[in-house]
Design a binder for this molecule. Structure first.
Ligand SMILES: Cc1ncc(COP(=O)(O)O)c(C=O)c1O
Length: 375
C-alpha cells in the first residue's frame, strides 16, 4: 500500500533509513573490530531483527522478556544488565544470555557461580561518577545517589574472580567527546583492574548515527582500550540504531480555539510518544514550521484527558482541517516500546516502508489489546 493509504495512527519504520544507520554502525565494527549490539529498550520492533542481525552482533536486554525476544527473534549474541535479578528468573536468563552483567558485588556473589558453570560471561557494571550531561538528571546514571554501577568507594577487588568484563553506561544522546571524558574517568578510577579483564562494554547513549557525531574520536576511544589493555570492546546503543528512521502518521480530528488555534489529533503524546513529555522534546513534523514561521500556528494535542497531552506548537501554510494527515519524524525509538492504552486509547499500528516506498502493516491493535492487560 502507499504511505498515504496507511491507517492512522501508525508507526512506520523506513527500511532504507534503518539500513543507512546500520551501515554506519557496521562500519565502526569493521574498522575497529569492536562489537555493537542493539539495546532493545529503545527499539524492539522484532520484525526488523533479521535485518538488524545482518549488520550488528546481537542484542542486549534490560530483563528476562527483552532477553527472550532477542534470543527468539535475532538469535545472535545476547547480553543483559539489570539493577537486580529475581531468583525465579535467573536460570532462564543464564540459559539464553551470553553476557550477564551485575550491578553490585552482592548480586555477583549470589549468582556468579551459576553463570560460570553454564559457560557464560560474568560482567560488572561500574559507575565512573563522571556526569557529562546537564539538566537531565533523570537520564544521568552518574548523578549523586544513582543506583547504577559500583563506585570506586564500594569496589571490592578481592571479589573479582570470574568477572571477565566491566560495563559502564553514562551517556544519553551524546557525542564521542563525552565518551572520551568518561573513559578517562574509567581509567582513573578502575584502570588498575582493566588489564585482568577480557572485555569492556561502553553502554549506550552514543548518538553515532547523528550527522555531527565524531566517529573518528569514537574509534580512537575503542582502539585505546584495545591497544592499552587488550580488551574486546562492546557498545550497546539503542537510539543510534533507529534514529530518525521512523514516523508516526496521524489524522486531525478537530480544530478549536482558546486564545490560539488548537488541533486534536488521533494520537496522544502521553500514550504514543511519551518521551515528548518525559524528555521533553518537540518532535519534527513534516511540512511545518516553528511558531509564527508559517501563516497558521496550532497547538497540537491528543485525545486523552491529560491537560498536558500536547505535542507542541507548529505552524502551517494552510489552516488545518479535520481529515488532514500529519507525519511526525523520529518516531521509531522509545515510542512503540513505551506506549500505553491510558484512557483506552488504541495503540498505533506498526508498519514498514520498504526501499521502494511501498508500505505494509505488520501489526494492528484493537480493543482486546486494551482489555487483556486489565481484569
Ligand atoms: C544499560 C544501558 N544500555 C544501553 C542503553 C541504550 O541507550 P540509548 O538508547 O540512549 O543508546 C541504556 C539506556 O538507558 C542503558 O541503560
Amino acid at each position: 500500500m502507499r504511505f498515504d493509504e496507511l491507517p492512522t495512527p501508525s508507526y512506520v519504520v523506513d527500511e532504507g533509513l534503518l539500513v543507512k544507520n546500520l551501515k554506519i554502525l557496521h562500519g565502526v565494527m569493521e574498522r575497529t573490530g569492536s562489537k555493537i549490539v542493539l539495546a532493545q529498550k529503545a527499539f524492539s520492533m522484532y520484525a526488523m531483527y533479521p535485518l538488524i542481525g545482518e549488520y550488528l552482533s546481537g542484542t542486549t536486554a534490560s530483563g528476562l522478556y527483552e532477553a527472550r525476544l532477542g534470543h527468539e527473534e535475532m538469535g545472535k549474541e545476547n547480553h543483559i544488565f539489570s539493577p537486580a535479578y529475581r531468583d525465579d528468573e535467573i536460570d532462564e536468563i543464564i540459559s539464553i544470555c551470553d553476557h550477564i552483567i551485575f550491578n553490585s558485588f552482592s548480586q555477583l556473589e549470589k549468582f556468579k557461580d551459576k553463570v560460570l558453570q553454564a559457560g557464560k560471561k560474568v560482567g560488572l557494571r561500574i559507575n565512573p561518577e563522571c556526569s557529562t550531561q546537564e539538566g537531565h538528571e533523570i537520564y544521568d546514571p552518574c548523578s549523586p545517589g544513582s543506583r547504577f554501577g559500583v563506585t570506586l568507594e564500594n569496589f571490592r577487588p578481592e571479589l573479582l574472580e570470574g568477572v571477565s568484563g566491566l560495563h559502564f553506561h553514562t551517556l544519553c544522546q551524546q557525542n564521542s567527546d563525552d565518551l572520551d571524558k568518561t573513559l578517562k574517568a574509567v581509567e582513573d578510577n578502575f584502570g588498575t583492574w582493566l588489564p585482568q579483564m577480557e572485555w569492556i562494554n561502553f553502554g549506550g547513549g552514543h548518538h553515532i548515527t547523528r550527522d555531527d557525531y565524531d566517529i573518528p574520536l569514537l574509534e580512537a576511544c575503542i582502539k585505546r582500550m584495545q591497544d592499552n589493555y587488550g580488551l574486546e570492546v562492546y557498545l550497546e546503543p539503542g537510539e543510534a540504531v533507529a534514529l530518525n528512521a521512523g514516523y508516526l502518521v496521524t489524522t486531525v480530528l478537530d480544530t478549536l480555539q482558546n486564545k490560539m488555534d488548537i488541533a486534536i489529533l488521533d494520537t496522544s503524546a502521553s500514550c504514543h510518544m511519551p518521551d515528548v513529555l518525559e524528555m521533553p522534546y518537540r518532535p519534527p513534523l513534516f511540512g511545518s514550521g516553528e511558531v509564527g514561521e508559517k501563516a497558521f500556528t496550532y497547538r497540537l494535542g491528543g485525545q486523552t484527558c491529560l491537560a498536558g497531552d500536547t505535542i507542541g506548537d507548529y505552524s502551517f501554510d494552510q489552516p488545518l482541517k479535520s481529515g488532514d494527515r500529519l507525519v511526525f519524524g523520529d518516531m521509531a525509538i522509545y515510542s512503540m516500546v513505551k506506549n500505553t492504552t491510558f484512557n483506552g486509547m488504541a495503540l498505533p499500528a506498526i508498519a514498514i516502508q520498504d526501499k521502494d516506498g511501498d508500505c505494509r502493516i505488520v501489526k494492528e491493535f484493537g480493543y482486546q489489546d486494551f482489555k487483556m492487560r486489565l481484569s
